[in-house]
Ligand binder design. Structure first.
Ligand code: COA
Length: 258
């Protein structure tokens, strides 16, 4: 049924694994849509009490949106891509059951945004986090400008977003970007342990906690629309063409500011 993700239900937990290991689990639009459909499919499934999202392999959770796919997008296609990313991540954020990102390696760009849309994040020691979009001449397009500031505060988020630097797992823990750092063999067990504890609580109370916490941030929802428009507009800029071309040609980008 799905082509880019693997899904399984075991002991009341729904597992979603991004299955594009050779591309470091980069999120093309099909992957985003499949994750969205998978999450929506368990909203009303009473046999599922929690969700774990991870990436296939040991190197990457997701190394971002699929640069090869979007490199030639125009403004309209870029805007649609951002809208689909927002819709997928909103479906995760609004899932009435707890969703945990099991971050098994790089979580960059859209990969970090995907992890941030989950309710909790557990990562391995060698995980790396970053929003490197500025290196490509673009901004984050999947609510990274919104959720990063919510999770780690405005000043730290701005530094992260403007430098495009990667941070390691322990720095992510200190900043509050992740909840726990564990060894690779403990990654899924730690997520399962958290969900097993939450499973003993009243499902309606858990769904309500998620709704209420989300409600606080919804009144600031305008930022999401601004981000979608700004992201789309980059697809008409020369710096964006140069940034994506440079990545695909494995060379540094030379930006001119237009
Ligand atoms: N989109 C599309 N393909 C990607 C990708 C992405 N975001 N990230 C990695 N890949 C592909 C590479 O092009 C490469 O494919 P190839 O083998 O066909 O050439 C493969 O995944 C392996 O990546 P590679 O760059 O060779 O691995 P590395 O170990 O040298 O570097 C990273 C790892 C994560 C540092 C590097 O892949 C990277 O910087 N990725 C892009 C991160 C990014 O800018 N994300 C934001 C996008 S908006």
């Amino acid at each position: 049924m799905y082509h880019t993700i693997l899904t399984e239900i075991k002991a009341q937990i729904f597992y979603i694994t991004i299955n594009r290991e050779d591309k470091l689990n980069a999120l093309n639009i099909q992957t985003l849509t499949e994750i969205k459909n998978a999450i929506l499919s368990i909203y009303n499934n009473h046999d599922v009490r929690g969700v774990i999202i991870t990436g296939k392999g040991t190197k990457a959770f997701a190394a971002g949106a699929d640069i090869a796919e979007f490199a030639n997008f125009n403004v309209e296609e870029g805007t649609r891509m951002s809208e689909e990313g927002h819709a997928t991540l909103r479906a995760i954020d609004h899932c009435p059951k707890p969703v945990i990102a099991a971050v098994n390696g790089f979580a960059l760009g859209g990969g970090n945004e995907l992890a941030m849309s989950c309710h909790l994040r557990v990562c391995v020691e060698k995980a790396r986090f970053g929003q490197p979009e500025v290196n490509l001449g673009i901004t984050p397009g999947y609510a990274g400008t919104q959720r990063l500031a919510q999770l780690i505060g405005k000043g730290r988020a701005l530094e992260f977003l403007m430098t495009g630097d990667m941070i390691d797992a322990n720095t992510a823990l200190q900043l509050g970007l992740v909840n726990h750092v564990v060894s690779p063999d403990q990654l899924i067990p730690k997520c399962e342990e958290i969900l097993d504890k939450i499973k003993t609580k009243a499902p309606m109370a858990i769904a309500s906690v998620i709704r209420c916490v989300n409600a606080y941030y919804e009144k600031r929802a305008d930022g999401n629309n601004i981000e979608i428009n700004e992201f789309g507009n980059f697809f008409g800029s020369e710096d964006f063409i140069e940034g994506t071309k440079a990545f695909l040609e494995k060379r540094p980008a030379h930006f001119r500011g237009n």
